[in-house]
Structure formats: C-alpha cells, structure tokens
Design a protein around this ligand. Structure first.
Ligand code: UD1
Length: 432
C-alpha cells in the first residue's frame, strides 16, 4: 500500500497552480452524455474520482478521448445502456449525476446507489423528490436507483434543504423536460453555476444559477460544446491553509478569489496575511496564529470541505477555538488521528473544541476520508519529526499531483510503498 512520508517543520514557499474543480467536473462530465455531439472539456482535474466517472461513461458506450492530462473529448452518440451497475461506481458519490443526465436524455436510467466519503448519512430523498415532480417513477431495487418515465414535464420544485447534488441532478433532467421547471431553495455553490453554464453552452436554457431560484426552460435537445472548468476552490483553500500552517508564503494561481472569500476572512481574522489579485491569492504568515469560531454553512458560508483543514490549523494556534459542523454529522473522524499527533481537541456532537498547542509531533496516522486525509498531511507538514499518512488513495481521489505540488513548494514529502523500507530510508537520509 502506498503512503505519504513527511518530515515536518519546513515552511511552504513558492507558487502553485490550482487544477479544475473536481465537484464541477463530475457534474459536467455526466452532463456531456446528454448530447449526441462531441463535447470538449478543458481544465479537467487528473484525479481518481474523474477516472472512475470516465470509466463508467466508457462502460455504457460513450467514446472518451484524453487529448492531454487535463483535456478530454466525449461523444455519447452510441450509449448502449442506461444501466450503470459497476462496482466501482459506488466508490464515488457523484455517479448519481448519471441518473439525472440519462433520465433527461433517454427518459430512463438505473444507477448503483452511491457511496463516496463516509462523512455521515447522505440521503438522496431530494433528488428523488425532484425526479418524481418531473414525472418519473423512481424506485430503489437491489442496490440500484431506477428512474423511468414516458415523458418528463417541467415542474415547480421546492427543495427541503439546500443540496448541491439534488440541485445539479434535477437541473440536468429538467433541461430536456417539456416546459418550465423552477427549482426553489437551490444550492448556490460555484459548481452549480459551472454545470449550468456548461449546459447553457450546449443549448440549455437555465437562468438564475448561483441564486436560490433556478428557472429552466426545457429544450428538445442539446448540442456539442467546448468548455473550461472553473478552478477548484477546495484545492486552493487547502494550499491557503497549508501556507498559513507552515508559516510559509505561497502564491496560489489560477483561482477565482471571490470563491475563496470565506477562507480569506478566517485567515485574516486569525492573523495571516492574504493578498488578492485578479486570478491569484498570496497567503503568508510569520507568527503563531490566533483563535476563532467557525461554523460550516452552505455557500457563501464556510465550506464543510475545508473544515478539517481549518481545525488542523487551529490545533496549533493560540487560545481556544470552536468549529461547528452543520452540514455532515460525521466529519470529525480525523480528530482522533490529530490527537495522536499531540493536538488537544474535544468533539462534542457536531462541535470541536480546540485548545491550541505549541506544536504537533509526527506519528503514523490513517486518512479517514478525502478532506480529513489532506488535513493530516497538513498536520504532518507542521509537526516535529516524521509523519506517515496511510490510505492516501482518498487524497488522490480529489487532489491532482498532490505530493508533486507540495514538493515544488519545498515540502519534504514522498509517496512510498509501505513495504519498501529502502525507499523510506532513502527519504529519511535525503531530508535529514
Ligand atoms: C457535495 C460535494 C461535497 C460537499 C457537499 C456540501 C460533490 C461531488 N460533493 O456533496 O464535497 O461537502 O456538496 O457542500 O459535489 N441532503 C438531504 N437529502 C438529499 C441530499 C442532501 O438531506 O437528497 C443533505 C445532506 O445530508 C447534507 C446536505 O443536504 O446534510 C448537503 O448535502 P449535498 O449538498 O447534497 O452534498 P453532496 O452533493 O453529497
């Protein structure tokens, strides 16, 4: 099994370029099957979750050409089945976007119930409610969600909660429904907007994405398009926090600063410096940072996917901080591992109470999920001595060339096989 070995204590310094947004790319790639014409997508992140979704597309008959690391062409004119029943599909949550996309185009779809990161119960009742409102019959049978109808008709849908997944999924199907659909209490996240922009570039008629009311006028069919995915706000946020955590100085390029405002505000509040440019931000810190209170919220609030990185940064900041998780109930699994590195954090229900310590010390830890895993790497970069992070496949699901980008910034990190004692020894010799 591969793992990261890290020697902590090195400030991260230099420049890093952010990849395309995983969570937007997943919706956009699923949407690409909705036309028979070829779609070219640029700035696609080269990560595990995308490989899985592309494999699913190939396995149902789409043609996928990788032009280069970050550009793909998809042609879905020869889809041979709407039955997406492959074991690997359960590994990613966003496979359920194929449900909305195929339902829109073929009026029938069947997708293995998704899994994804185990960060709490992740119901799909709002997706189902939306499809049913559009006229589909939806049932769950033998671990599959099946949606079917003779005809999709526009509807007025009020979501009970703001869900990124449900908003995108129902928006996909509604593009090819007859008449107008209105989605109220929609998610306003940047990737909802990006998927809507992509669909519009294919001839859809969607207005209001980015607000909580989205209006969709159904069109008979969609056409080919060329589109470039927005930068990943979570990858950018992770490097912003890593810069502050290691008392470093990083210019983070290819970002939309507006999408990072919630992170910027917290960093400034605890004493880091953030400078914004048109499409870049510089984050630096030269002292121990202060404490704060953070509550995860829907956009433009503080993103739940940045909660583990925030908690980790606060673990070595001065004073007592409180982090409240209001989106997913089980997103503090990494805290036990941080505690093993010397952090003083108590989790009570959905709240973490953090007593900042002077330093963390390296240990062998296990990534419990994607963002929790990356937070443990951050902890390793701040800690005294060596840290081993296991289960790094979680991290590779969502971060492109992660250890390379870190190494470019001066991080002492390597990916090694856990049984390859020679490689581990070589790393230790090199960095000692
Ligand atoms: C997406 C992101 C994930 C991020 C999350 C919140 C992708 C692939 N993943 O996940 O990284 O952490 O948004 O920003 O884009 N809910 C229901 N019923 C539903 C759907 C959701 O009750 O039918 C609840 C969930 O339990 C959760 C909240 O709504 O409490 C938000 O979930 P949602 O926005 O749907 O998250 P995902 O789309 O799964």
């Amino acid at each position: 099994m591969e793992q990261y070995i890290i020697k902590g204590g090195q400030p991260l310094v230099g420049e890093v370029s952010i990849s395309g947004y995983k969570n937007a790319a997943l919706g956009i790639i699923a949407a690409a099957v909705m036309t028979d014409e070829t779609v070219k997508i640029e700035n696609v992140p080269d990560i595990g979750d995308i490989d899985i979704l592309l494999q699913a597309l190939v396995d149902i008959g789409a043609k996928v050409d990788r032009i280069n690391r970050n550009t793909i062409k998809i042609n879905a004119s020869k889809i041979s089945t709407v039955d997406v029943d492959f074991d690997y599909v359960r590994k990613i949550r966003a496979s359920y976007y194929l449900l909305g996309a195929l339902l829109g185009k073929y009026k029938s779809s069947k997708v293995a119930l998704p899994g994804g990161c185990n960060i709490g119960s992740r119901p799909i009742d709002q997706h189902i409610k939306g499809f049913e409102a559009l006229g589909a019959k939806v049932k769950i049978e033998h671990g599959m969600i099946c949606a079917e109808t003779e005809n999709l008709a526009g509807a007025h849908i009020y979501f009970d909660c703001s869900s990124v997944g449900a908003t995108i999924n129902v928006m996909l199907a509604a593009c090819l429904a007859e008449g107008q659909t209105i989605l109220e209490n929609s998610s306003k996240e940047p990737h909802v907007v990006d998927v809507a922009n992509f669909l519009n570039s294919m001839g859809a008629n969607i207005k209001g994405a980015g607000t909580d009311v989205i209006r969709i006028k159904g069109v008979p069919k969609l056409h080919g398009s060329e589109y470039s995915i927005i930068p990943d706000q979570i990858e950018a946020g992770t490097f912003m926090f890593a810069a502050a955590a290691t008392k470093g100085n990083i210019l983070i390029k290819n970002v939309i600063p507006k999408h990072l405002e919630a992170f910027t505000a917290k960093l400034l509040e605890i004493g880091a410096q953030v400078e914004e440019f048109d499409d870049a931000v510089r984050v630096k810190a030269d002292k121990r940072l202060g404490n704060t209170h953070v509550k995860t919220l829907v956009y433009p609030g503080f993103l739940t996917d940045m909660q583990p990185q925030m908690t980790t940064l606060l673990a070595i900041s001065k004073g007592t901080s409180i982090v409240t998780e209001s989106i997913f109930e089980n997103r503090f699994k990494y805290v036990d591992e941080l505690t093993r590195m010397g952090a003083s954090i108590k989790v009570e229900g959905n709240t973490a109470i953090i007593e900042g310590v002077e330093k963390l010390t390296g240990a062998s830890v296990t990534a419990p999920d994607l963002r929790g895993g990356v937070a443990l790497v951050m902890a390793g970069l701040m800690a005294e001595g060596y840290t081993i992070v296991e289960n790094i496949e979680f991290i590779e699901r969502g971060y492109e060339r992660f250890e390379h980008k870190m190494q470019q910034l001066g991080a002492l990190i390597a990916k090694v096989d856990s049984t390859d004692m020679k490689a581990i020894k070589k790393f230790k010799l090199k960095v000692s």
